[in-house]
Design a protein around this ligand. Sequence first.
Ligand SMILES: C[S@@+](CC[C@H](N)C(=O)[O-])C[C@H]1O[C@@H](n2cnc3c(N)ncnc32)[C@H](O)[C@@H]1O
Length: 393
Amino acid sequence: MNPVKQIVQEKYAAAARQAAAGQTACCGGSQSGDAADPITSGLYDEAQKLGLPEKAVLASLGCGNPTALAALQPGETVLDLGSGGGIDVLLSARRVGPTGKAIGLDMTDDMLALARENQQKAGLTNVEFLRGDIENIPLPPNSVDVIISNCVINLAADKDQVLREAFRVLKPGGRLAVSDVVVRGHVPAELRQNMLLWVGCLAGALEEQQYRSKLAAAGFTGIEIEPTRIYNVEDARAFLAGHDVDVDAMAAAVEGEFVSAFIRAAKPAPALSRPAIQVFDPALCCSTGVCGVDVDPALVNFSADLAWAQQNGLSIERFNLAQQPLAFAENPTVRSFLENSGAQALPLVLRNGEIALAGRYPTRAELARWAGLLPIAPATQPPGPCCPGSSCC
Ligand SMILES: C[S@@+](CC[C@H](N)C(=O)[O-])C[C@H]1O[C@@H](n2cnc3c(N)ncnc32)[C@H](O)[C@@H]1O
């Protein structure tokens, strides 16, 4: 096993045994005497903790509260990378309900044993804990709606591999919603090492820009990094002093540079296949609706709606009987429509070659529905005629 992983495993096995014995777990440097740990304490409110087994709370070693920020929905499958004593898995299981599932993945046997005990105590059946490495997730591709994680990716030896694996198992459109320690700006190497030893047991946190680049390289989009806690030297004074660091001298360099952050990203969904729309106009002198001094407000409106629909990815072709009579004659559906109903029944709108509308233009809402777009702003009304009560301009 990679030596970094081995140290991590040993530290967290010891932390699991502490929690199993009824003590608050800690991972070495981050706890100082009886004082509340500034990283792991106070992450969950009382309402969230209500009904959770005591040892799940004692074993909580995260640095954020991803389930509170991840907008989990009933029926979703959630995967927690480095699930520890299982607190976030149990909270997720409640949120996704009996039609959903929460899966915890951890490599440390003592943590898995504690998590399974906590699951039993919580009486949740939509939960599964898997043994494995977050660099090689034992799940099929495209099988998970949401990946959460709480202060684990900073521990990984190969963070690129973790993010590639997360991307692989997420369904298209799936979300990554993790809490992690992030470094902002430049911090001298030695200082950084000591501070990170305190924050995360091991000095592996990424800088914010590195985190963004690695997420993007794995294929994620919509990347957001939002600080949830900012640490300063006072938080780490006792620990740093024990490591021969002149705390007062380094205060300015460290201030505000180490944060717990909530990191969001998404696996892009494939582009919707949108229908092709063809509009066959009657003989018009100008299909925009502005013809010399004459203005046809309905046509002006429709032109604006068409431009909007095209901007939103709908493929639209438009033919004017006066200028492109061949397009009418060469299309069998249009030709047969004209033979039966005559040119006075135009406009005609085809959707994927089939008649969708005749005798009127589609509204913006209809175009939006055809394009599979979400609710839309109403069309802006065209300006009224310049001379009120007439169409002159
Ligand atoms: C800081 S604790 C966080 C535990 C839990 N997420 C929480 O909030 O309490 C880190 C956990 O990640 C697990 N872990 C670390 N590296 C891992 C890896 N490469 N694969 C699987 N689990 C890992 C450890 O065993 C430990 O349980």
